[in-house]
Structures are given as structure tokens and as C-alpha cells.
Design a protein around this ligand. Sequence first.
Ligand code: NAD
Ligand code: TYD
Length: 337
Amino acid sequence: MKTILVTGGCGFIGSCFVRMLIRETGYSVVNLDALTYAGNLANLDDIAGDRRYRFVRGRIEDAGLVAELCRGVDAVVHFAAESHVDRSIEDASPFVTTNVLGTQVLLDAARAAGVQRFVHVSTDEVYGSLGQGDPPFEETTPLAPNSPYAASKAGSDMLVRAAWKTYGMPVLITRCSNNYGPYQFPEKLIPLMTINALEGRPLPVYGDGRNVRDWIFVDDHCRGILAVLEKGRPGEVYNLGGECEKENIEIVRLILEILGKPEELIQYVDDRPGHDRRYAMAIEKVKRELGWSPATDFRAGLERTVQWYCDHRQWWEQILSGEYMEFYRRQYGERLQ
Ligand code: NAD
Ligand code: TYD
């Protein structure tokens, strides 16, 4: 039986991936997560007691810890990152520490331990921004990141590439478009707008609301990562995406419609500095080589997601009240960032 070290498994996408591995495959999982503000043990309550699952609290920049964890694992799937663009605009340094330095520490440890596959989970944001009529990003599109977040992810992608070119390390890179689904931290567009609408608070739309993202349901993304882990060619980059371009304002209006709330809640606010206009992914390579494609219809996925937030008030109320950070403080008795 194979063992996979997952980093960042208590976050939004990592927790979906860990759940998928435990429920739908025979792999054992070691989940290394620092439990930053975005990491939440409650995201994995349903599988935490499984014999094939082990949680380790720690940082990917901790060379001693990751060296120990890499010994005896067959593969690494690396999600751990600072992931929010607006936070990176406020302060880029945690993004450099985790996304750039942390990735290199993890690469070094995995190489020393002879790990057989290293999947680096990256983003379409490394390619920069598209104009309205431009063709979607391909794997060969030059990297042109515009936010500190995207720049730090591009830096990590380059280090992963270098590990392949220099040492022949069996690495694979996935670059995916915007995810949505249950357990997404309420700082991101869809959960933030859903919760604000539920609470009757204003929905802050940046700029003219016409920026375009390519949306994918989180389970589809995780199935794509699994396909790359199992069947991808080492040294390759695979774009993953939803083939589902939407303007932000369209999504906000849909959420209000699903919840039966008035459009008067929409409030246009100052634009995000350096706000990328449009992302769109070409995913022919992964379709052709690995037979993967996104399966979830956007309207159905959004309704499921909005319903999940309606049904899991306690999950997000605890986050918004800071209660879950208090829990960690009691549990681990140490200062959290
Ligand atoms: P998230 O912010 O919800 O979760 C990140 C997780 O990483 C948290 O559990 C956090 O505690 C952990 N973490 C952060 N710093 C750490 C460190 N130094 N050491 C160990 N653990 C640490 O993020 P997400 O949305 O689930 O994204 C996961 C990955 O997918 C990221 O690498 C992100 O760049 C990438 N990605 C995200 C999206 C998206 O739409 N959310 C799209 C494409 C790619
Ligand atoms: P976000 O979920 O932060 O993802 P990313 O910036 O990584 O694509 O934002 C998605 C889009 O929604 C982006 O164009 C910014 C916009 N947005 C708003 O208009 N208002 C908000 O409050 C947030 C968080 C995002």
C-alpha cells in the first residue's frame, strides 16, 4: 500500500483531496499542515479517525520535520501555500516564506528521501492576465505573474522545474483555475458573497465587476490532481480548468438569485490594485494524455456550494468569530500567526 505526504491538507482544496484519497483509494495519507488562519481541522472531521490517515502539525519550511516525514513516503502532493491575493498585497513576506522557501525545503527533503513522485499544485495566476479576445493560457504560455501571490507561486513553479532539469527529480506541476465548493475559506469570492448575502450585509464587488475567472468545482480539480499523480509524465506541466468563464458580477447575481436576496445588496468598491482582468485555461493536454476533464455543471455546483454554506453555519460562524483559532491555542498551547 502506498503512502502519500499531502501538505496543506487542512485547507480548502487539500482537505477535499485527502478526503478523496481516504474514501475512494487505498492510499495512506500523512497530512502536514501548519494550521495557519486558513487551515482548519474541522475540514477533515469525517475522516480524521481513519487508520490510513495521520495528521502532523508543522511547517513545510521546517527542514528537520519534512526530512523525517519524507522518509518512507512514495509521493508528495504539495498544496501548502499562502493563497489569497488580497493578503499578498498587504504583506508579501509570508508568501515568499511559505510558497518559495517552503517549496524548496520540501523539494530538498523529497529528493534526499528518494520520493518517487512530487506533484506541485499551482495556479493559472502564474500566467498573468488575458485580454478579452486572447486565446486561453497553454502550458507553454510564458509566466507573467502580477500579484505577489502569483509571483510567489511562479517562483515555486520555477524551483520545481529546476529540480527536474538539474537533478532529474520526478516532479509534476498542475496549474488550475479558480476553485469553488464546500469548505472554502470565507475570504474568497463565492463564500464571502454567499455569507454576506445570508447575513444581509453588502456584497463588495471590486471595480466594474467584469473581471473574468474560469471556475472549477473543487472535486473536479482533485480528480485532476489524482490523474496527474497516477498517470502524468514526470517533468511535465498540466493545466486544469473548468472551461467555464464567468464575470464576477454574473456570479454575484446568481448567488443572490439562488438565495432569493435582493440585488440592492451589491456594492461596487475600489478595484484591487493590479487586478488581473481575465483568466482562462486550455486543458487539451490533460484531456488527451490523461483522459481527465471537469464534470460538474457550474449552476449545479454553485447551488450545491451555496446550500452547503446554508447548512454549515456553525463552520463559518466559528471562523468569523475566531473561535476555531482559540481552539487551536488551547489544543496546541502556542502562538499562532
Ligand atoms: P488554503 O489557503 O485554503 O489552504 C492552505 C493550507 O496550507 C492551510 O491548511 C494552511 O494551514 C496550510 N499552510 C499554509 N502555510 C503553510 C506552511 N508554511 N506549512 C504547512 N502548511 C501551511 O488554500 P487552497 O485554496 O486550498 O489552495 C491550495 C493550493 O492550491 C495552493 O497551493 C494554491 O496556490 C493552489 N490553488 C488554489 C486555487 C483556488 O482557487 N483556491 C486555484 C489553483 C491553485
Ligand atoms: P478571489 O476569490 O480572491 O480569487 P482570485 O483573486 O485568486 O481570482 O477573487 C475572485 C474574483 O472576485 C477576483 O476578480 C476578485 C473578485 N472579488 C471581488 O470582486 N470582491 C471580493 O470581495 C473578493 C474577495 C473578490
